[in-house]
Design a protein around this ligand. Sequence first.
Ligand code: ADP
Ligand code: MG
Length: 305
Amino acid sequence: MAGEARTTVGFDALGTDNRISAYGPPARHAIDAAVGRVRQIEREMSAFLPGSDVSRIGDAAGRGPVPVSGDTLSVLEEACRVSRLSDGAFDATARPLSRLWESCRSDARVPTADEVERARGLVGWGDLALDGGAGTAGLARAGQAVDLGGIAKGYAADEVARELRAHGVEHAIADLGGNVIAVGARPDGAPWRVGIQNPAAPTGTYVATIGIQDETVVTSGVNERFVVLGSRRYHHVIDPRTGWPSESGLLSLTLVGPCSMTADALATALLVMGLERGVDLARSEGLRLVAITTAGDVLSTFPLE
Ligand code: ADP
Ligand code: MG
């Protein structure tokens, strides 16, 4: 219905800025429920909250499985599936490496080769045992930890869309720190338009815009969180094979498709894998792709406007 009122709410969660806009009378209630859902997912999956499922799995590593929520189990299952599909470019147990690089970024130093090797030796998604029946997850070796930082926002985006629909919303758009998801089309029937940031230009400068309806657009980029030390830039997506920030010739990778959780994990995976193997993987998962290379080229598997 044209002329319906829009409600927009911005909030901090999952370590990022989030925004939900929804149309029509149910919007206010629906958004409140969706925000509550995101906060619940954060309490379950944050690596930074001591009592979260993710923290408890790490605390118990090497000592057996711990009970986790149905949410956490679903995300861990998808994280393992993408770990396998990507041959470990995305690794559900990347936390020892991401933790090392996080602390080095905040201390403005490069880790030693020893530190990198020690962390790398603890990463291996094959050591993560999930038991859907018992509702538990466990890691084989002490010092191991799971990392859902590259997938949980996608799951949260899917859940936001589900919650909005369940409350009767027919037109909405949500942005969870770079994971955009649409409910329906715009109230006037046109597709929602999502800009793809030019990583080399100020925020709000787009290389293209994508029209979506009931779909998600997820971008993972190397220009989001990084530190510059000497002449090098160290960013937050780590190649588990080397233990160093990925160097696949990509500045940003955007995936478009039905499931934000899958798109989120695969966007992180493809940033590590590079395009050569990445394009086929995206296609086999039913995702469209836009990549921006370090040379500044924009490549896509579909026509861009
Ligand atoms: P953002 O969080 O900036 O949207 P991503 O979805 O690419 O970007 O997720 C990056 C996060 O994923 C890192 O902060 C870290 O927690 C985690 N991570 C980094 N490298 C890997 C990897 N190779 N496999 C799985 N998770 C990773
Ligand atoms: Mg991701």
